[in-house]
Design a protein around this ligand. Structure first.
Ligand code: GLN
Length: 237
């Protein structure tokens, strides 16, 4: 049984990232894998899970979620082998420190060698990054700029939008994924959902074509056109 736990959707639910849990469960069941989704709200203990999902949120709730995760034994569960998919505020929480209201810095959980500070302007809009030759698409809305340290590997190289720092998006470590892409990212990128699932299942998955593939292709085509237009207006061909 795959246990998919959405952590603190009441704090980190601003951007609809809870949909990532539904996508994982639906795509798992379509392959004959049993899956359950648990929503862990404020005050509830953090249960054992195959994967924890952390979503985006505003600065204040993000800090509270970080405290609850630290107190609730989340790091220990990850050290024991649970997987994590972290989006935006969730990504920032897993780093060494992140910016909160104003320019103050707050300690993160230190699972990833990354530091988030306040950027000069919010990064808002469509985004796409190149992840091992495939486009990962979504939208971003954050004030933080994340710089990875030497021990962290990015998930993708930016094609459209800003991601971590204008050059790279997210991070990738064993059973840990981080990205700035909302969407929800697993709904918009079926190949990425299957990559996460295959790692949880410990085996490659049979293809499961759906309307999500066509929507993904349309989105990629749109963003590629926009990137080409941007390149032309900057004098690059
Ligand atoms: N509060 C964080 C920031 O603005 C994260 C925002 C988000 O999760 N979209 O950088």
């Amino acid at each position: 049984m795959l246990t998919i736990a959405v952590l603190y959707p009441d704090l980190l639910g601003t951007y609809g990232d809870g949909g990532n849990a539904r996508v994982l469960a639906v795509r798992a069941r379509a392959r004959g894998l049993a899956a359950e989704v648990l929503e862990v709200t404020i005050g509830a203990p953090i249960p054992p899970a195959s994967i924890y999902l952390l979503g985006g949120g505003e600065d204040g709730p993000q800090r509270l979620a970080c405290d609850l995760l630290a107190e609730g034994g989340f790091v220990e569960r990850v050290d024991e082998g649970a997987a994590v998919l972290a989006v935006c505020a969730g990504l920032q929480i897993l780093g060494r420190s992140f910016a909160i209201e104003g320019d103050a810095s707050y300690p993160g959980l230190g699972l990833i060698d990354a530091v988030t500070t306040r950027g000069p302007a919010r990064s808002v809009g469509d985004m796409a990054s190149n992840v091992d030759g495939r486009l990962l698409v979504g939208f971003e809305n954050h004030g933080g700029v994340t710089v990875l340290g030497p021990q962290a590997r990015p998930l993708g190289e930016m094609v459209v939008g800003r991601g971590n720092d204008g050059r790279r998006d997210g991070f990738r470590a064993t059973r840990l994924w981080g990205t700035y892409a909302h969407g929800p990212v697993l709904a918009q990128n079926p190949w990425f959902a299957d990559e996460v699932l295959a790692e949880l299942a410990g085996e490659p998955l049979a293809p499961w074509p759906s309307v999500a593939d066509r929507l993904y292709e349309e989105r990629c085509a749109l963003l590629s056109t926009r990137q080409a237009d941007g390149d032309r207006s900057r004098g690059r061909h």
